[in-house]
Design a protein around this ligand. Structure first.
Ligand SMILES: Cc1cc2nc3c(=O)[nH]c(=O)nc-3n(C[C@H](O)[C@H](O)[C@H](O)COP(=O)(O)OP(=O)(O)OC[C@H]3O[C@@H](n4cnc5c(N)ncnc54)[C@H](O)[C@@H]3O)c2cc1C
Length: 557
């Protein structure tokens, strides 16, 4: 099996596949422990306390999703969560323990119980390193290809995905990887926005590669803006801060969440808090730098220094603020994509042989809005399920074989990029314009005119990207060539996001249309799916939302 991506989803899939008996290649364009999961801060959800229930976790997730989440998948995720936490703990993740010695929790947004397990504010880092250690135990059956970049997914004559073409970043060598099954675990697409909390490597590669071979994408319009990001650079101040008791204030000193979510206040779901902040800013009650204030001094100083130490550093190094002594200015910023490659509850996409798990996928457990600390859970549960299922299928299949000459077309493509005449726009300039466009028109508030403008700009940028100039003509770690591929992926993701946002003519979860401000279950309680016809034109279709036992209700916090 081939697993593309070695963040939490990819490594969990690899472990599960190896334990099921498959031989695995796992590929990552960076060293695995530099995958973006390493940045996850606040924690991971599970209803593990005896007084909590998986049903309560499921209901919170469904309500958080604004009833767009598929309830069969959400049930699975919430039922399986407690055992996954215990499995991680036994594997070596040093989760925080309470004074009684039990695993300790913190509160998170949209949750009716404190069910977020954490390691200070480095939870992703802690889990990713433990999974990597565990992977070492399987070195006889799991081959790691670190700093290899997948450029294309391969299909046989029947359309089954049977491998990929990958480039060794160290020397530029291209190779065909044959595989009985391929699991995409390539993460999200946050770099299509500017600013974003996501690192430079999060460029939508997996979403675009699957889309290009005909896989369906789902819920792409649902882009999460996190309520607390630093002005200017987009760095995240974890929701763990509000979980520990930090409060939000406008420039008039008003604790404005009392108006918008009188019961949950700062711990309403992210879409609600981000909209509240943006409304305060738009109506002139923010600070001149377009922010509101997050007051972490409400948290006892000792507790902040112990359990939020990374954001103490971020505040000091990137904003010049000692968050233990004064409020810090924040605003909503792009953080997560709820949509992705459409899958079933085993991670199977609409392309036979191709699976997806983690942020690249849309199963859809997050629907219109993800609850904080549910993403790490999603990566692990559906990473494991994909690994087990794909390995189970692969055990009974013959090994496919694609001729090594299949790399010729990719070789030509790379040569054409390197030989582009000077004079085109810079990759970085196109990327900046894309990010700023999405952040202006496809953000917390949207309308038809803005979305149409965004679509026109994305189409123009796609054209310009074809002749964008690069400087590096070498083969060793040529980041310019990789950058050209990544820009293409981000533009494909951006177009799917914009087209889906234009299509959904209602407000639900993270999609707030000022021209259609109400949720409209009669017409829009359905997923918007996007696929591409051979002409690079996105096509829209719909799929039903799975409802098991929780009928849609009005949503308030
Ligand atoms: C700052 C921050 C804090 C967060 N905190 C939390 C939190 O506390 N709790 C929570 O639940 N969620 C959190 N999230 C969200 C969560 O971290 C991510 O959604 C999740 O970690 C994504 O994991 P993944 O395995 O899907 O992808 P990633 O960890 O992004 O891994 C993607 C992998 O794919 C590889 N890859 C990509 N493209 C290619 C290619 N073309 N070729 C080869 N390899 C490729 C990369 O090298 C990498 O190995 C946070 C997100 C951010 C940005």
């Amino acid at each position: 099996m081939l697993i593309i991506g070695a963040g939490l989803a990819g490594q969990r899939a690899a472990l599960a596949a190896a334990q099921t008996g498959a031989t695995v290649a796992i590929i990552s364009k960076v060293h695995p422990v530099r995958s973006h999961s390493v940045a996850a801060a606040g924690g991971i959800n599970a209803a593990l306390n005896p007084e909590d229930t998986w049903e309560s976790h499921a209901f919170d997730t469904i309500k958080g999703s604004d009833y767009l989440g598929d309830q069969d998948a959400i049930e699975i995720m919430c039922r399986e969560a407690p055992n996954e936490i215990l499995w991680l703990e036994h594997a070596g993740v040093t989760f925080h323990r309470s004074e009684t010695g039990n695993l300790g929790t913190r509160a998170f947004g949209g949750a009716s119980a404190a069910r977020t397990y954490y390691v200070a504010d480095i939870t992703g880092h802690a889990i990713l390193h433990v999974l990597y250690e565990q992977l070492m135990k399987h070195s006889a059956t799991v081959d790691r290809f670190e700093e290899w970049f997948t450029t294309d997914l391969l299909q046989d004559d029947e359309g089954r995905c049977n491998g990929a073409i990958c480039r060794n970043l160290r020397n530029g060598e291209l190779q065909v990887f044959d595989a009985k099954a391929v699991i995409l675990a390539c993460g999200g697409a946050g770099q299509a926005y500017k600013p974003t909390t996501n690192g430079l490597i999060v460029t939508g590669d997996g979403i675009a590669q699957a889309y290009r071979i005909g896989a369906r994408l789902m819920d792409m319009e649902m882009i999460q803006y996190h309520p607390t990001t630093l002005a200017g650079n987009g760095l995240l101040i974890t929701e763990g801060a509000r979980g520990e008791g930090a409060q939000l204030f406008n420039a008039e000193g008003e604790r404005f969440m009392e108006k918008y979510a009188p019961n949950k206040l700062e711990l309403a779901s992210r879409d609600v808090v981000s909209r509240a902040e943006q409304t305060e800013i738009n109506e002139g009650r923010g600070f001149p730098d377009g922010t509101v204030a997050l007051d972490i001094t409400k948290v006892p100083r000792r507790r902040t220094l112990e359990s939020l130490r990374e954001i103490v550093n971020i505040g000091r190094d990137f904003a010049g603020v000692d968050i233990t002594r004064e409020p810090i200015h924040i605003h909503p910023g792009q953080h997560y994509i709820m949509g992705g490659v459409k899958t079933d509850i085993y991670g199977q996409t609409t392309i036979p042989g191709l699976y997806a798990a983690g942020e690249v996928a849309c199963v859809s457990v997050h629907g219109g809005n993800r609850l904080g600390a549910n993403s790490l859970l999603d990566t692990l549960i559906f990473g494991r399920r994909s690994g087990e299922h794909a390995a189970g299928q692969a055990l009974h299949m013959p090994m496919p074989s694609t001729p090594s000459t299949r790399v010729t077309s990719t070789e030509k493509e790379i040569r054409a990029i390197i030989n582009r005449p000077q004079g085109g726009r810079r990759l970085a300039a196109i990327k900046d314009e894309l990010g700023e466009t999405l952040n202006q028109y496809v953000a917390v508030f949207r309308d038809a005119d803005g979305l149409r403008t965004a679509h026109e700009i994305v189409r123009r940028l796609k054209e310009q990207a074809r002749s964008a100039t690069i400087d590096d003509h070498g083969t060793v770690f040529n980041q310019d060539v990789i950058g050209a591929f990544e820009l293409g992926y981000m533009l494909d993701c951006a177009e799917a996001i914009v087209v889906a946002a234009i299509e959904r003519k209602e407000s639900r979860g993270a999609q707030f249309r000022t021209d259609f401000p109400q949720r409209n279950d009669d017409e829009w309680l359905k997923h918007v799916d996007i696929s591409v016809n051979g002409e690079d034109v996105p096509t829209v279709s719909y799929s039903p939302v799975t409802i098991t036992r929780w009928e849609p209700q009005e949503r308030s916090y």
